[in-house]
Design a protein around this ligand. Structure first.
Ligand SMILES: Cc1cc2nc3c(=O)[nH]c(=O)nc-3n(C[C@H](O)[C@H](O)[C@H](O)COP(=O)(O)O)c2cc1C
Length: 212
């Protein structure tokens, strides 16, 4: 059992989304339901785009030969899916880029949303193969995208909810620091709002676990 953190900001450990994800992890491990778990880290900004062998394999009716599987994106995908499988909790850290996920997170999704491995195609549509487990998404955005203060569309949270459900991950919680570009006073307020939301979320998660 471990917490898997996928880092998706080009600003790395200095990023606002990383800062928020650390608060989530601290709460989960110190007072929440994930006490004592190891943290496994993956920096999605190191991923390349899905390559040709991968695209060909996903479009084919059968799996490719073993030697093809051991290379490039197919090999990377296998490792990333194993990482996901082994985690009991998943924390995604992501800025909003052009109203949606940044390319690093999209690249990670392209590697883990994989037919025959993390979902099946049925006459009723795609059915996820991963065991459901909590996913926390720490978002940072320059402007605001939710509630009455929203000043832009949000293609990030509905997209992530849908694509994660496709592979079986349906217990997704979003926490956001919105409006990092709106000045230091706004940032302080946005951080406080995110922290308060997080406290409520972790309290509910712990209560749920104790009741189970
Ligand atoms: C390429 C790029 C596109 C961006 N697009 C948006 C956007 O559509 N909406 C928004 O609110 N902020 C946008 N931003 C601003 C970031 O979301 C914001 O700076 C955020 O706080 C960065 O988080 P991080 O520190 O975790 O990387 C964009 C930033 C970059 C670099």
């Amino acid at each position: 059992m471990s917490i898997l953190r996928i880092r998706c900001s080009p600003r790395g450990l200095d990023s606002e989304s990383y800062r928020l994800s650390q608060q989530i992890i601290d709460r989960l491990t110190q007072t929440g339901p994930a006490g004592g778990l190891d943290i496994v880290e993956f920096d999605a900004t190191t991923l390349t785009h899905a390559d040709g062998d991968y695209a060909t394999a996903l479009a084919a009716p059968d799996e490719p030969a073993a030697d093809v599987m051991d290379n490039g994106s197919l090999h990377a995908s296998g490792g990333l899916i194993r990482m996901l499988d082994e985690a009991s909790h998943i924390v995604l850290t992501t800025p909003m880029h052009n109203f949606t996920v940044p390319s690093a997170l999209k690249a990670w999704l392209d590697h883990v949303v994989r037919v025959r491995h993390t979902f099946h195609i049925t006459p009723q549509g795609k059915v996820g193969l991963l065991a459901n487990r909590p996913v926390y998404v720490a978002i940072s955005s320059g402007g605001t995208f939710s509630g009455e203060e929203a000043r832009q569309p949000d293609f990030l949270t509905p997209y992530l909810r849908h694509v994660l459900a496709t592979i079986g991950l349906k217990q997704v919680t979003f926490v956001a620091v919105e409006g990092t570009a709106r000045g230091p006073e706004w940032l302080t307020l946005a951080r406080a709002r995110a922290e308060a939301a997080l406290a409520g979320i972790c309290y509910a998660a712990t209560a749920q676990e104790l009741a189970a």
